[in-house]
Design a protein around this ligand. Structure first.
Ligand code: IPM
Ligand code: MN
Length: 368
């Protein structure tokens, strides 16, 4: 049951976008008679500033005692200038993933017809694009043994069969629910670790006769994602390849501001937008909160609250349809980050009719 939700606003625009998602979840609680309790914790640069640690013990305990975690964004330019800095906000993110066992990062890629023009990719290529990336999140080159000396350095890419199996299992189950296609992206012509991934996926393919399995090398997959993205359904990849491919896939959608994600483990799950902390926009109320609101929708779906998730989805679709968007998506008539949250909240609680009434009351003539 979904009850205790830990909110980790993080850095930059993180607090603004999580505020909107909380507003939306509160509206869902009110409409459907649920009780959600939100507790905030520190992570990233905000946590370093206050405690000296990007993922304090207190935050870990808070996450472990909750039913789901909502994360804003992590990163601050003051740390980006020095890649050798010993304490960095991103360490908080990696430590959190590892310590909570969040091994499967799920990033859905869906094109909104109304926004197809935003992408640099031609609209005809974007027709019927709807796939999901399953990225392994707690292993591989991100977490292998690291060494840096004056005259050499190395990052080990280690994968245990069990680590590959647990995400492969989830990815096949997802493919079976969706269009029954799974593509493993690897570099099995060069890397031993990729050959292990192939072995595992081939074994699972025997169990899922109705799922069509294909294997693409990462270099080819990167090209196919732009040339022919509608061929993909479930894309399975290791940590680093998934990181790269998911940013590439955001180009299809037209904005990183529309990409939601979940990170699941056997015990805990976390929901966060794919975008970063966008420090230039922090505090200006211009950030796009949709990716975070969509992540909250994923949270509800994972908690088997389908009706509630559909309700958020309808409100978002309505906003897209009526061009109610932030300035990254609609530079002509744009809404602020907090207005988007207010509008989606009103749509959930009172339906589209309420917007006209509210717009008069709030003298906001740009709504509808
Ligand atoms: C992501 C980010 C992180 C990653 C960084 C901030 C460490 O790019 O979540 O995709 O590489 O995993
Ligand atoms: Mn990334």
């Amino acid at each position: 049951m979904l009850k205790n939700i830990t909110v980790l606003p993080g850095d930059g625009i993180g607090p603004e976008v999580t505020d909107q998602a909380v507003k939306v979840l509160e509206a869902i609680a009110e409409r459907f008679g649920h009780e959600f309790k939100f507790t905030c914790g520190l992570i990233g640069a905000a946590a370093i500033d206050k405690t000296g640690d990007p993922f304090p013990e207190e935050t870990l305990e808070l996450c472990q005692s909750s039913d789901a975690i909502l994360l804003g964004a992590i990163g601050d330019p003051k740390y980006d200038k020095d890649p050798n800095a010993s304490i960095r906000p991103e360490q908080g993110l990696l430590r959190m993933r590892k310590s909570l066992g969040l091994y499967a990062n799920v990033r859905p890629i869906k094109i909104y017809d109304k926004l197809a023009g935003l992408s640099v990719v031609k609209p005809e290529i974007l027709e019927n694009v709807d796939f999901v990336i399953y990225r392994e999140l707690t292993g591989g080159i991100y977490f292998g043994k690291k060494q840096k000396e004056a005259d050499f350095s190395s990052d080990e890419c280690l994968y245990f069969r069990s680590e590959v199996e647990r995400i492969t299992k989830l990815a096949f189950a997802e493919a079976a629910r969706r269009d029954k296609k799974l593509c493993l992206v690897d570099k099995a012509n060069v890397l031993e670790s990729s050959r292990l991934w192939r072995d595992v996926v081939m074994d699972y393919a025997k169990l899922y006769h109705d799922v069509e399995v294909e294997y693409l090398y990462i270099d080819n997959a990167a090209m196919q994602m732009i040339l022919n993205p509608s061929r993909f359904d479930v894309v399975l990849c290791s940590n680093m390849f998934g990181d790269i491919l998911s940013d590439e896939a955001s180009v299809l959608v037209g904005s990183l501001g529309l990409l939601a994600s979940s990170s699941r483990g056997d015990e805990y799950s976390l929901y966060e937008p794919v975008h970063g902390s966008y420090p230039e926009a922090a505090g200006k109320d211009i950030a796009n909160p949709l990716a975070t609101i969509m992540s909250a929708e994923m949270m509800l779906r994972d908690a088997e609250m389908e009706k509630e998730a559909d309700c958020i989805n309808r409100a978002i679709e309505f906003c897209m349809e009526k061009s109610i968007m932030t300035e990254d998506l609609n530079p002509d008539i744009h809404y602020s980050c907090s207005q988007m949250g207010d509008i989606i909240q009103a749509l959930i609680l009172d339906g589209p009719e309420s917007l006209k009434i509210r717009s008069i009351r709030e003298a906001n003539s740009t709504i509808l």
